[in-house]
Ligand binder design. Structure first.
Ligand code: PLP
Length: 494
């Protein structure tokens, strides 16, 4: 094939018409800024109408289309049907609200193009600096190591892999599970995130090796039960290997007794892993850092930077106290990836600390965001989210038609509408319907969960744009929907 046959001046993927590309790119930036400026005026979320879905069933594109037309399609058919987590009244699950500086950085990182698997690049230096900043924010010693990964699930997998290998009693990396002298047991509360089940599966230990310790009335791991389970395992010749403490559970935001667990793990010689995907960043919040005291004593810690640090997806981080062990768990040499004396490969490869080889330059968004806003601002915004959760908790508790289903430990409020005199199943149906109508209204978007068998609305505050008026509007809308539904139900029974 000749160069000419590919079309364009050089046949590369670069734009044929640079000024046309520049126009689209500038318009995209302007539109993005306008979208964030006008966020409050639009719905949190809106369902995609059927005609809009047709677009996603068109055939594989074999020939070029103009970029301007593709962008117009994105603007019309993709961006309006986003998740909504950038909106001030998005309260679902647990995710950050994004940040334009972070978005700009993602663009710049993509243009830079560096592969963070290694190489002597400024990108690798930024990555090393950001992971060291995270380590400092988490109060871990200078000898600890850290790695940026796609999110909390991957950070947990890395921490638990290090725990398994450290506790196996055999060179597990070489000899595999078969050579282990005793089976291993891991422990976590019944509130632990589902990603740990994926980890147990992947680690070859199996889901049954993850003991589910009952939680107390405040949804924290019961330490007496934990000790009993550890003793029972020891008596059966099983090795208690790792306790997974949760700093901020996904259901209710509760925090396990981290200092108590650090003591207990030390006395039994057990690895302590903290899943801090929600709560680890409390460590930088001036008014609430005390809630995670003890976390800095963990052997490994997983946290999410796309939650309370609001990095655009995706960004998680794992911190491991023993750098050598971290490296030994994952480092694999290859003749084509040898560290060199000079040149492009003159530094340690970063892929020795993660499962991936190629990694994106996600460090740049964190570097730019941390510099622009400063750690203190992030900490204050976390404190503000906690104050908003407590405010909502108080208003719910003061309202006889609403029922709080868990104490407000940090930034999550679980409650339901309960007008009284309704059977449990009817209450479940009522609250499901309220949730659907609320989400479909576009006014506010909490999610739902089930606590001790009761379905409830779950309002998570992890948003730097949320104001107190947003909490008021959420409650007013819940009441309005509930009122309308009671009228409906009455009409049906009359
Ligand atoms: C969000 C979350 C995870 C999973 O993190 P991802 O970034 O979604 O992979 C794990 N544990 C807890 C407690 C979480 O809240």
């Amino acid at each position: 094939m000749n160069d000419q046959d590919l079309g364009g001046p050089s046949g590369s993927l670069d734009p044929e018409d640079w000024s046309a590309f520049r126009r689209v790119a500038h318009a995209a930036v302007d539109d993005a800024i306008a979208r964030i400026v006008n966020l409050r005026d639009g719905p949190v979320w809106q369902p995609m109408p059927d005609p809009a879905r047709v677009r996603f069933h068109r055939p594989l594109p074999m020939t070029p289309e103009p970029l301007a037309e593709i962008y117009a399609e994105v603007k019309e058919g993709v961006l309006p049907y986003a998740m909504g987590n950038v909106h001030p009244r998005f309260f679902s699950w647990y995710m950050g609200a994004g940040d334009l500086t972070g978005a700009l950085a993602d663009f710049l990182a993509a243009v830079d193009g560096s592969n963070l698997g290694g190489g002597d690049t400024a990108a690798a230096a930024v990555d090393r600096q950001v992971t060291d900043w995270v380590r400092q924010m988490m109060g871990f010693p200078a000898e600890a190591s850290a790695a940026l990964v796609s999110g909390g699930s991957m950070a947990n997998i890395i921490g638990l892999t290090a725990a398994r290998n450290a506790m196996a009693g055999v060179d597990l990396r070489h000899h595999g599970l078969e050579a282990m002298p005793r089976p291993l047991a891991f422990y976590a509360s019944d509130q632990v995130h589902s990603c740990h089940k994926k980890a147990m599966n992947l680690l070859g230990l199996g889901l049954n090796a993850l003991r589910r310790v009952p939680s107390d009335a405040a949804y924290r791991m019961d330490l007496t039960e934990l000790e009993a389970m550890i003793r029972a395992d020891l008596a059966r010749g099983i090795r208690p290997a790792c306790v997974i403490a949760t700093a901020g559970t996904t259901n209710t935001g509760s925090i396990d007794d981290l200092a108590g667990l650090a003591d207990l793990c030390r006395s039994h010689g057990i690895w302590l892993h903290v899943d801090g995907c929600i709560g680890a960043l409390l460590a930088i919040a001036p008014q609430n850092a005390h809630l995670v005291k003890g976390m800095e004593r963990a052997h490994s810690l997983a946290l999410d930077l796309h939650k309370w640090l609001h990095a655009p997806f995706d960004a998680g981080c794992v911190v491991i106290r023993d750098r050598t062990l971290h490296r030994e768990t994952f480092a694999e040499e290859a003749e084509y990836l040898e560290q060199a004396e000079r040149g492009l490969a003159a530094t340690e490869f970063l892929h020795h600390y993660t499962l991936e080889t190629t990694r994106s330059f996600r460090a740049l968004k964190l570097w730019m965001m941390l510099k622009q806003h400063g750690v203190l601002r992030f900490g204050q915004l976390i404190d503000r989210n906690i104050a908003q959760a407590r405010y909502l908790g108080k208003r719910v508790a003061a309202n006889p038609r609403l029922e709080l289903l868990a104490p407000v430990a940090t930034s999550i409020v679980c409650f339901r509408v309960n007008p009284g005199g309704m059977a449990e199943s009817a209450l479940d149906r009522l609250n499901h319907e309220i949730l659907f109508r609320l989400q479909e209204s576009g006014i506010a978007a909490p999610s739902g969960t089930t606590l001790h068998g009761h379905f409830c609305l779950r309002v998570a505050f992890c948003n730097h744009r949320t104001q107190r008026e947003d909490v008021d509007l959420l409650l007013a809308t819940v009441e309005e929907i509930a009122g309308a539904m009671e009228v409906d139900m009455k009409a049906r029974t009359d």
